[in-house]
Design a protein around this ligand. Structure first.
Ligand SMILES: Nc1ncnc2c1ncn2[C@@H]1O[C@H](COP(=O)(O)OP(=O)(O)OP(=O)(O)O)[C@@H](O)[C@H]1O
Length: 434
């Protein structure tokens, strides 16, 4: 048993397969072969070369984006002194004034004006800050909580939050008075509600360095600045779809969002500028397309929207000649717009064309493989074709195997293949050689 396994292994080791050409004359097989070849050639020419522009070299876009907003909002909150009656312009509501590939527009705000460093009652909504006596606050003296506004001085004082009238809280030392978030609840609508009418001018310069092509999203169709500033982006208008000035409401609408859903608590939007350019055509056809989407979609119950705090500091000279530092604190709610520039340019080049043609030609060998599978395994005459395709030849020096076979004619250790029975021929050749 073991010796027969070893003999088989040895005989397999001393084997060599060489392909030979079997020329099959058959309508059926020929047709299958031609159809597969046609499909492969169609895929290479139609899909790879024509549709996927396999004859072009490509380069990714590199870009710079700057933005400028315009618009004015007048808010009349004479009943809320911290907001009051005021006009908000671009320097108030764009924070920070310039960002890379992004801009933030404040749409709602909780201002805490004229804070200065002194002692005042802590925010009564903070856990463990309410007190009955100085003794309790004394025990917390010098400590401050994560959500707090400063270290506790040790005194128990009346809260200055109207909603907590009569409640006593520990006193702190810090920027006073502390921010009162309850203001947001008393607002029926966002402070800068008309922010939806603001316009943003997006200046986008791009380059395809490999091809030395530079473009920008402002075209010669605008004769001067005032003509440019009067256009507004409109997807359905042949000229205005290239206008680089966007109304925020249009951006939201195009993204399928109502701007009023964003402006109370804020949100995040994306502006995508796509430059896909075929540089084999006129350079004037290399133009951007704009698309928009809301990134923080979803019906969030917790931590809805987007806000952050910032402060404007200023100093005031006191009557005694000393200098006192003040700040206006703003808790800003608004929409953050991210500007993403993407795209590819393609230009004819012989190298990708030759590469695609060469890989296409290599793919043609797949036709032979598929035809072989069909002919040898699926056709009715598969046994006939198999007999013709495989030829088992025993070389003149295959004495070990031949000797074995002559000694044990019934013992079939030869590889399990159909053959065109050339064994006796091979044996006689072997004998002649010996
Ligand atoms: N968001 C915008 N909405 C409408 N027009 C705009 C906007 N941003 C800029 N413009 C106008 O586009 C033109 C080109 O703007 P650019 O910033 O290059 O010039 P500018 O003279 O510095 O602009 P300005 O002083 O008016 O802000 C100007 O007429 C400008 O007023």
């Amino acid at each position: 048993m073991t010796s027969s396994v070893i003999r088989s292994a040895v005989s397999v080791f001393f084997e060599y397969d060489t392909p030979r050409i079997a020329h099959i004359r058959s309508k059926k097989v020929g047709l299958i072969n031609r159809l597969i070849q046609l499909a492969i050639i169609g895929y290479i020419i139609g899909f790879v070369i024509v549709y996927r522009k396999g004859y072009q070299d490509t380069d990714k876009v590199q870009s710079s984006v700057t933005t400028k907003l315009k618009g004015i909002v007048f808010s009349n909150y004479s009943d809320i002194p911290s907001i009051g009656v005021r006009t908000w312009d671009v320097a108030d509501y764009v924070v920070p004034p310039q960002e890379s590939n992004a801009f933030f527009v404040m749409t709602n705000v909780v201002p805490t004006p004229a804070q200065t460093q002194k002692t005042c009652p802590e925010d009564p909504t903070i856990d463990g800050i309410q007190c009955d006596s100085d003794a309790y606050c004394e025990s917390l003296k010098g400590t401050s909580s994560m959500k707090g506004n400063g270290p506790i001085t040790g005194k128990c004082v009346d809260s200055d939050f109207p909603k907590f009238n009569g409640t006593k809280v520990c006193q702190i030392y810090g920027w006073c008075p502390v921010e009162n978030d309850d203001l947001l609840e008393s607002l029926k609508k966002p402070v800068l509600q008309n922010a939806s009418n603001f316009t943003v001018f997006i200046k986008n310069n791009i380059e395809f360095p490999k091809f030395g092509v530079s473009r920008r999203n402002i075209f010669g169709t605008y004769k001067n600045d005032s003509e440019l500033s009067s256009c507004r982006w409109n997807r359905d208008h042949p000229k205005d779809k290239f206008c680089p000035i966007f109304v925020l409401d249009d951006i939201a609408r195009d993204a399928g969002v109502n701007f009023n859903d964003l402006n109370f608590q804020g949100g995040v939007m994306q502006i995508v500028i796509t430059w896909n350019c075929n540089l084999d055509h006129s350079i004037n056809d290399c133009v951007p397309s704009y698309s928009f989407r809301r990134l923080d979609k979803g019906d969030f119950k917790i931590s809805k929207g987007f806000n952050f705090r910032y402060a404007n500091q200023f100093g005031v000279v006191q009557p005694d000649g000393s200098f006192k530092l003040y700040r206006d604190l703003y808790k800003a709610y608004g929409v953050r717009f991210l500007v993403t520039v993407q795209g590819t340019a393609g230009k004819f080049s012989i190298v990708p064309l030759l590469l695609n043609v060469a890989s296409g030609l290599a793919l043609l060998s797949v036709a032979t493989i598929i035809c072989d599978i069909v002919v040898l395994y699926f056709l009715k005459a598969r046994h006939f074709y198999r007999e013709k395709k495989y030829l088992d030849i025993k070389g003149p020096d295959a004495f070990e195997v031949l000797k074995e076979e002559s000694e044990h004619p019934d013992n079939d250790n030869t590889p399990n293949r159909k053959s065109t029975s050339t064994e006796s021929g091979s044996a006689s050749i072997a004998n002649q050689v010996r």
